[in-house]
Design a protein around this ligand. Structure first.
Ligand code: PHE
Length: 488
């Protein structure tokens, strides 16, 4: 048998995994979640979810990935099957294989199909910033026009996805690894330049009420009463964010880990992935968009809201913050900055593009590996089959209103569900002692013993919240969906 592709260098592996995890989730979704969930109130359940869910599931997924890779598999179907075989007969183990395979397939197709459009938008906006295309215009209208100009939308989508296809087609060590080795250091440099610039801005409008420091305070001052009142909601949002940002419950951490050698470390590497992601999320992601929005509040908030005072203004920003905001309000801010705004605007959207690209590549590779290893289709052919698939699945994002919301609800539920199966299969069915032994095979660190219990018991119990919450949300949105179609 031909030797399976492997990461050529440790640094390449770590950067690829960090690239996988660091995405739009860090720079757009995180600020949105913090701002919309009581600022500092959000951070308490966020860190609880990080330690009780994020880190243990990350380890579980690395262990699964390396284990599958040892038998030549980088997808979840065969990996779940092999692990479940430790305690089940082939037929029962097959059920778990099917569940894992189906969930990972559903997520890597659905999530990436819309994610690719979002990063296409970032590419477009990087270009519009540097050329000053939206300067002097109504940015909300400009965005609306962009979205309905399908030729333009597909152009930037196309550039992005062709580049992804090329990188994936070159393979893991010769493609993905080389690309991330260039893109990830640049990503950190872009983000750090932006953060320094934001810090240095102070009160750009000359009004001390509106400064970037106020923005930091807004995110970081703990709001206990908010937490007490909205505990369930905030807990839900926090655990959802942990899954999304760490790329858990998707199958892609396992896929990347499957290109390890059987004795390569997973314990420290898994932890390094989490740390690099959290730095990019909490430190960098939290320090750009929200402080900018607060510092320039008078320029982006409607005058009638502004007149109600600063609390109302901040609440308005918190409520509006999100994807659309990034493409309508932030451009307004870049316009305010004048010529510097062209540069910083372009840098911001390029940062989003890099972040998104190095995440999307992991999903793209998952599907390519599925075709290559499970169906024996050559990688070079497989990449273009995946390209076609993403093209088709991306069409509703462009043509059906409200589709994004709908898919997002499904995905949030799938992530939590797959994480639960991760634990059932790799810890319980594979047997806790085996799991612990695998985690420490070739490991550079020893994980404290209580983490075994956290992984076996605490994490699955914790998972009940996101499972129940996302399920209710999903039902609500899906039932409301036919009515929306009818309106269309
Ligand atoms: N962790 C990624 C993020 O934060 C999530 C993701 C991974 C999304 C891969 C799409 C593809 O954006």
């Amino acid at each position: 048998m031909e030797q399976r592709d492997r990461w050529a260098t440790k640094i390449g592996l770590i950067l690829a995994m960090a690239g996988n995890a660091i995405g739009l989730g860090n720079f757009v979704r995180f600020p949105t979640q913090v701002a919309g969930n009581g600022g500092g109130a959000f951070m308490v359940p966020y860190f609880a979810a990080l330690f009780l869910l994020g880190i243990p599931v990350m380890w579980v997924e690395w262990v699964q990935g390396r284990y599958g890779g040892k038998y030549g598999h980088g997808t979840l179907g065969p990996t779940f099957y092999l692990m479940a075989r430790e305690s089940l007969k082939p037929k029962s183990a097959l059920i778990f294989g099917l569940i894992g395979g189906a969930l990972a397939f559903a997520t890597t197709t659905l999530l990436n199909s819309y994610y690719l459009h979002l990063i296409g938008w970032s590419a477009a906006y990087s270009w519009f910033s540097i050329t000053g295309a939206y300067f002097g215009k109504n940015t909300a209208e400009f965005f609306g026009n962009y979205l309905t100009n399908h030729a333009q939308v597909f152009l930037f989508w196309g550039i992005t996805v062709v580049l992804l296809g090329i990188a994936v087609g070159q393979g893991v060590s010769k493609g993905i690894e080389r690309w991330v080795k260039v893109m990830m250091p640049l990503l950190y440099v872009f983000a750090i330049i932006l953060v320094i610039y934001v810090f240095a801005l102070g009160s750009p409008l000359g009004d001390p009420n509106w400064s970037t420091i106020k923005g930091f305070e807004f995110i970081w001052s703990p709001n206990w009463s908010y937490l007490r009142e909205h505990l369930y909601e905030v807990l839900l949002a926090a655990s959802g964010q942990i899954f999304f940002t760490l790329s858990l419950g998707m199958g892609i951490i396992q896929n990347y880990a499957s290109y390890l050698g059987p004795d390569d470390d997973v314990a420290l590497s898994g932890l390094a992935t989490v740390s690099l992601n959290e730095f990019a999320e909490v430190v960098l992601g939290g320090s750009i968009a929200v402080p900018l929005a607060v510092a320039y509040a008078p320029k982006i908030v409607p005058p009638e809201v502004l007149a109600q005072g600063s609390t109302e203004t901040l609440n308005w920003i918190a409520g509006e913050f999100g994807l659309g905001f990034s493409y309508t309000s932030l451009p307004n801010i870049f316009v305010e900055m004048g010529t510097a705004g062209r540069f910083f605007g372009a840098l911001w959207f390029l940062l989003l593009w890099f972040a998104g690209f190095t995440s999307a590549i992991a999903m793209y590779n998952y599907l390519t590996a599925l075709l290559e290893e499970d169906l024996n289709i050559k990688r070079s052919t497989g990449t273009w089959i995946v390209f076609a698939l993403y093209f088709i699945l991306g069409l509703p994002v462009v043509y059906i209103d409200g589709y994004l919301d709908q898919v997002d609800a499904w995905i949030s539920f799938q992530l939590a569900l797959l994480a639960l199966f991760d634990i059932i299969v790799a810890v319980w069915l594979f047997k806790p002692d085996n799991f612990w032994e695998e985690l420490h095979r070739g490991a550079y660190i020893r994980v404290p013993g209580f983490y075994k219990w956290i992984t076996m018991i605490v994490a699955p119990i914790f998972l009940i919240f996101p499972l129940a919450g996302t399920f209710t949300d999903l039902i609500g949105k899906t039932l409301g969906w036919p009515a929306r179609i009818a309106i269309l």
